[in-house]
Write a protein that binds this ligand. Structure first.
Ligand code: FAD
Length: 323
């Protein structure tokens, strides 16, 4: 009978991503309720040393697949190995991150195993011995609860929503014999973000600008505020479509889904497609000169005023407070 909770950890360039600790901690919390074991799948090349870091966040056992064919990440190879490890070990629950890589991998693995998959979950619990996953539906207009009829129950967890909590366990390493079929596709080039800024999906603070910014140069005032707050700049699709910001900065339904501790929306009206990407932020501040803008219905704090007046003042105050 299927038993235990397995996570699929994510690493890049030999370092575990923050989402790996978030899913490990969530799995630990669920396992402590059900008395189960937490195991992890860790794939890549030269990554065995990372198992100890996963153990710090509550992982009892780590299945390490170490093979040059698994680096850099290629969907086919990772899906093949992850699906085999899951099949061989028969966990009741498998958790992924709903990161770009996790979304890609989880769908492929679920299809291989004919398993159910709840994507981009904002809550998970065990009820009556079954995983119950909460996920946004209709671009975040409502939330649905998903239960599973077959094992393994698979879910991907939205980054930055679940806390990473240290809870050291054994992290015993089991090396997996990895035989990877020749993939039909190969990675030709990986273009790395050299800005040195934290990726939007992992940022704790985001200062975002929309059409109200009026042009690309005006984003400088958001960069200044973000620098003071050690945050990252995001944008609405209107700002991206106008060519003021790169696509990687777009927040929303067709951009990135973010859950920072603080999201400051400047000159953004709050269209449903934008809200779909940021409404799970822990604190939302809106600066908009139109008191009727829908963003205020979602905001925890609102400033009805000209952003070109408010943002520089806010930057100056924060600079003084944080000095
Ligand atoms: P606007 O709606 O034009 O709002 C600009 C705001 O700035 C206004 O509220 C105005 O009052 C305010 N403003 C102007 N000047 C000032 C000033 N000086 N001071 C203060 N406030 C000022 N959008 C996304 O963002 N992300 C997505 O991923 C996305 N995906 C989409 C997918 C589909 C299929 C579709 C159809 C649309 C999508 N959109 C997305 C577009 C979305 O519908 C909106 O058009 C877009 O979000 C609007 O961007 P905005 O709020 O910057 O612009």
């Amino acid at each position: 009978m299927a038993k235990g909770i397995m996570i699929v950890a994510e690493q890049r360039d030999g370092a575990l991503r923050k989402i790996s600790f978030e899913i490990a901690s969530t799995a630990r919390k669920l396992a402590d309720q059900s008395g189960d074991e937490v195991s992890a799948i860790l794939l890549g090349s030269g990554i065995e040393g990372l198992a100890a870091e996963l153990a710090k966040y509550g992982v009892d056992k780590v299945f390490v697949g170490d093979n040059a064919a698994l680096e850099p990440y290629v969907t086919e190879a990772h899906a093949q190995v992850a699906a085999k490890i899951i099949k061989d070990n028969d966990p009741a629950i498998v958790l992924f991150g709903a990161s770009v890589q996790g979304k890609d991998l989880s769908a492929r693995v679920a299809a291989k195993l004919a398993a159910g998959l709840a994507t981009d979950c904002t809550d998970v619990k065990i009820d009556g011995g079954k995983l119950v996953a909460t996920r946004p539906m209709y671009a975040g207009k409502c939330f649905g609860e998903v239960v599973f009829n077959v094992a393994p129950a698979m879910a991907s967890l939205r980054p930055n929503v679940f806390p990473a909590v240290e809870n050291p366990k054994a992290g015993a390493v089991t090396k997996v014999d990895v035989a990877v079929d020749a993939p039909k596709s190969k990675v030709l080039e990986v273009q790395k973000d050299t800005s040195g800024k934290v990726d939007l999906t992992e940022a704790n603070i985001i200062v975002s600008g929309g059409r109200g910014m009026k042009g690309p140069d005006e984003f400088k005032i958001l960069e200044e505020l973000a620098d003071v707050l050690k945050g990252t700049v995001g944008a609405s699709r209107a700002a991206v479509d106008a060519g003021w910001r790169p696509q990687k900065d777009q927040v929303g339904q067709t951009g990135k889904v973010v859950s920072p501790n603080l999201y400051i929306a400047c000159g953004i009206s709050g269209a449903i497609q934008h809200l779909a990407g940021m409404s799970s932020s822990k604190c939302i501040v809106a600066i908009n000169k139109d008191a009727e803008a829908p963003i205020f219905a979602k905001a925890d704090f609102g400033v009805v005023d000209d952003l070109f007046k408010v943002v520089p003042e806010l930057t100056a105050v924060c600079k003084k407070m944080l000095a």
